[in-house]
Design a protein around this ligand. Sequence first.
Ligand code: NDP
Length: 315
Amino acid sequence: MSGIERVKCLIIGSGPAGYTAAIYAARANMSPVLYQGLQPGGQLTTTNEVENFPGYPSGITGPEMMIELQKQAERFNTDVRSGWVSKVDFTGPVHKVWVDETTEIHADTIIISTGASAKYLGLESEQHYLKIGGGVSACAVCDGFFYRGQETVIVGAGDSACEEAHYLSKLCTKVTMLVRRDEFRASKIMANRVKNTENIEILYNTETEEVLGDGNGVTGVKVKNNVTGETKEIPATGFFVAIGHKPNTDIFKGWLDMDETGYIINKPGSSKTNIDGVFVSGDAADHVYRQAITAAGTGCMAALDAERYLAAKEG
Ligand code: NDP
């Protein structure tokens, strides 16, 4: 496709936020066009079993759930396309977007649901067990349940790591927390909570050398004390990484209000951004909850806000 295309509602991103926005926008006759981005289906496609999304009593795998959401959006004629939005221009009342550097789209409303990406250490062993769903996770609330009654290791020392370690401590027999410096980055109250939890062992000045396993699943973690040089192996069946997330919002810098990490700031109680007709949903604006169900909820809000904006404009 080439030339300029005019659309009523453009949705950027294909996680639970994007597809939920599409379902609502399509059923409101807004003929939404949805671009899937680099990782169709979003972060859930790196998750194994999803057991906490209401309506799936037996659970569902992340990739399957995303296929179902796509089908549901397409059932109401959402135009789902593969493509990567590379540039935007929000100067005028009609919002300009470029896809794959070539296609130019003019949209009356835009719903941003580009999500966030968990940061990982980048070790080969970590990536191996992450890819095969063999015991590496960046979300304790999503995956902690699979490790109940077992021993886990978590890396990170910020508020997220503390929150997740504390969450795991209620399910696991033992949680070992790897802190790379001799102090936490987290707020005092969060750090104190983990320090005061009996089954959390904190190892300071400690970095991950390798995630150990039998090829199919994690069996332990090899760590190194970066002061003494001493190495040791910690038995564990789960390795949790909680070293921060990066919202996928770079292309909106300079246009939309963001916090210092790059999360888009929405107007409280709505999905509105500082630009009229541009709405945000899901993890691109949420560093606190980061759940499929909350992303879906804000996707619904964004579609309703977009519909009301269009209705007011069209009079
Ligand atoms: P942060 O950036 O605050 O913390 C990241 C942590 O990961 C730091 O301790 C950092 O270590 C560590 N880290 C980074 N890279 C590595 C690495 N390669 N190896 C080992 N450790 C590493 O991210 P969070 O996700 O914790 O928090 C993000 C924001 O969200 C913060 O503003 C936080 O306050 C907020 N938040 C608030 C919550 C709440 O109030 N309930 C809950 C969760 C998050 P180092 O300290 O050495 O740099």
